[in-house]
Write a protein that binds this ligand. Structure first.
Ligand SMILES: [Zn+2]
Length: 340
């Protein structure tokens, strides 16, 4: 994919180019553009434009072009299989269509990448290895990388991303310089979404908790401002069609947001993810709190082998039962009855 210009990352990009550290840990909230930043920084580090007033990356030189076509020999990306397609790096080796894509970076890939860093430069500028996200490396892989992080070959740059540095091995953290990516201001995020043709961007930006790439992801999944605003009312009516075809993690996350907002409103506060007028009143605080705990538990295990359509239906029935005086279309069965 051609890296999207994310204006709020310009400051950190200039900072990273000034720092010139050989191992950089890029961290910030999810949906702020960590992959895009890592890729853009790699592009800047490999850009071959020279001369006064050149703002790297130039976007015109051979190296920039090679980056854009994913063919730069001095750039390597370690990505779990599950992220390849969403980020525009389709599988090289034909994975079985029905096999679930792995969310881990395999240790052989890490070892191959380490060997690659020791080979000589192809284009003589630098060699950049981007690992996104670094938390997709299991312990053995992370350990394999330690020596390279400590003493990379000359002109090698290692870029690691994470939403939470605390999830990484302390030995990894201590060998990297850190660079924090900020969330954009609301104005900047709204302007960016608007440029992308997203109608009523404020609703989707709230839906995404202020994270613009996440708002764009919602839009690309077919969730627009109107369907988002209509969702609480449809759930109240037990309308499972409102969330048909939603991936389970998206559904769970959305129900947690709904719970959060209903609890906030029940406690006299303001909602965060849904417009206030979209939230039907009357849900009781204790029931919301209990359901929120159940949802949190479930979302920790969102890769379980349960029948997802059945689970989705059951979750919608549970949502409908939050409001009194409105019998749900199905009983509020315990989730455990679906079988673990
Ligand atoms: Zn260039």
């Amino acid at each position: 994919m051609v890296s999207a210009p994310l204006p709020w990352l310009n400051g950190p990009l200039q900072q990273a180019l000034r720092q010139r550290s050989h191992a950089l840990l890029i961290h910030g909230p999810a949906g702020v553009g960590q992959y895009e930043f890592g890729f853009e920084l790699a592009r800047a580090l490999l850009c071959e434009a020279t001369g006064e007033g050149v703002q790297r990356p130039c976007g015109r030189c051979t190296a920039c072009h090679l980056m854009d076509t994913h063919g730069h020999p001095d750039f390597r990306l370690l990505l779990p299989e599950a992220l390849r397609e969403p980020l525009g790096w389709p599988d090289e080796e034909g994975r079985k269509k029905d096999a679930k894509p792995s969310k881990w970076i395999r240790i052989e890939e890490v070892r191959q990448a380490i060997d690659w860093t020791h080979q000589s430069l192809s284009r003589g500028v630098a060699k950049v290895l981007l690992i996104h996200p670094a938390t997709a490396m299991q312990e053995a892989s992370a350990n394999a990388l330690l020596k390279t992080l400590e003493e990379p070959a000359p002109q090698v740059r290692l870029l690691l991303t994470t939403t939470d540095p605390e999830l990484l091995l302390p030995t990894i953290r201590s060998r990297c310089q850190r660079l924090a990516l900020p969330l954009p201001t609301r104005e900047a995020a709204l302007a960016w979404l608007q440029e992308r043709g997203i109608a009523q961007p404020a609703v989707l930006l709230d839906a995404a908790g202020g994270r613009p790439l996440e708002a764009q992801a919602l839009a690309s999944e077919g969730i627009d401002a109107d369907s988002w605003s209509a969702l609480p009312q449809r759930l109240r009516q037990g309308d499972a069609g409102a969330v048909a075809q939603w991936p389970l993690p998206r559904l769970l996350e959305t129900l947690l947001k709904l719970c959060h907002d209903l609890m906030a409103v029940a406690a006299g506060g303001a909602p965060r993810y849904f417009p206030a007028e979209a939230l039907p009143p009357g849900a009781a605080l204790p029931a919301l709190a209990a359901w929120s705990r159940e949802l949190t538990q479930l979302s920790r295990h969102d890769e379980h082998p349960w029948n997802a359509p059945l689970l989705a239906e059951s979750l919608v029935a549970q949502a409908a039962a939050l409001w009194p005086g409105k019998p749900a279309s199905a009983g509020r069965g315990r989730l455990t009855t679906l079988g673990r």
